[in-house]
Design a protein. Structure first.
Length: 276
């Protein structure tokens, strides 16, 4: 079984890590786009074309499922990807963990890229799944890009700016960009009393369900192959700054605490439907 994950940069690592934890024998195909990144500042047409091109490569290489572990790309182009590849190849998008965070009952802050924060998609998710709990969108310009570079100084600066925008009443923080779980520890240093929520585990479990594979199936460790803007390659050096990146770079087992202290809360059925 081969699962392909498509993102412009390192935002695919958390979901790839969960797939590796849940189905160690699965082959993973990681398709990054260093030539076109970051996608957040590009037009919808550009992002759609890059996703479709990567999807074609993935299918040619035998992928049985396509995952878009990127909120911005999901907002922008998931419908086009599904129209092109489903029903033959399941396509799974990414949804911010708004509903489980709101379930705690306290005000919620949703950290995301500028594009996702401004999108009607996120606004609809908040309206439909917050259950009346106050939700405060927090745009985090530059944070995903800093994570992609492995730039700890710029990462800390962007996190500090996001904390400054986050109302003090918010004890639940939704990591609405798939890059952000990679720096959960730094975020927690600035918000030690907060609970972080991300959707990487839910996306991984939904992917396995759509493909028809059960978590925990044993076998030989699967391959981890990397495609960089259409060319065979390796994970960029910045990936080695993160435990999950180091594990995937060597096709090793993913450490149990690779995303702590973030909470990877499973979604409810209504959220799962949005991932399909």
């Amino acid at each position: 079984m081969t699962v392909a994950l498509i993102d412009s940069g390192l935002g695919l690592l958390p979901t790839a890590g969960w797939l590796r934890r849940l189905a160690p024998s699965a082959d993973l195909l990681l398709l990054l786009d260093p030539d076109g990144m970051p996608w957040g500042s590009k037009s919808a047409q550009f992002v759609t074309e890059r996703l479709l091109a990567a999807g074609e490569i993935a299918v040619e290489r035998g992928a049985q499922g396509l995952v878009v572990p990127c909120n911005t790309a999901t907002v922008t182009a998931i419908d086009a990807l599904r129209a092109n590849f489903e029903p033959g190849i399941p396509v799974v998008g990414t949804v911010p963990a708004i509903k489980p965070a709101a379930g705690a009952g306290a005000p919620v802050a949703v950290w995301a890229t500028v594009r996702t924060t401004e999108s009607d998609y996120q606004k609809r998710l908040i309206a439909e799944h917050a259950g009346g709990v106050p939700v405060f969108p927090v745009a985090c310009p530059g944070l995903a890009e800093a994570v992609d570079r492995g730039d700890t100084v710029a990462t800390d600066r962007a996190i500090a700016a996001a904390i400054e925008q986050t109302p003090r009443a918010c004890s639940s923080i939704v990591l609405g960009c798939t890059h952000y779980p990679l720096v959960a520890e730094q975020i927690m240093r600035g918000l030690p009393a907060a609970t972080l929520y991300d959707s990487a585990e839910a996306v991984a479990r939904q992917t396995l369900r759509r493909i028809g594979t059960h978590p925990g199936e044993s076998g030989e460790p699967g391959r981890v192959d990397v495609i960089l803007s259409g060319r065979p390659g390796a994970l960029p050096p910045a990936a080695s700054r993160y435990p999950v990146g180091r594990a995937l770079a060597t096709a090793a087992a993913v450490p149990p605490d690779f995303l702590t202290p973030a909470v990877s809360a499973p979604h409810s059925r209504s959220d799962t439907l949005l991932l399909e």
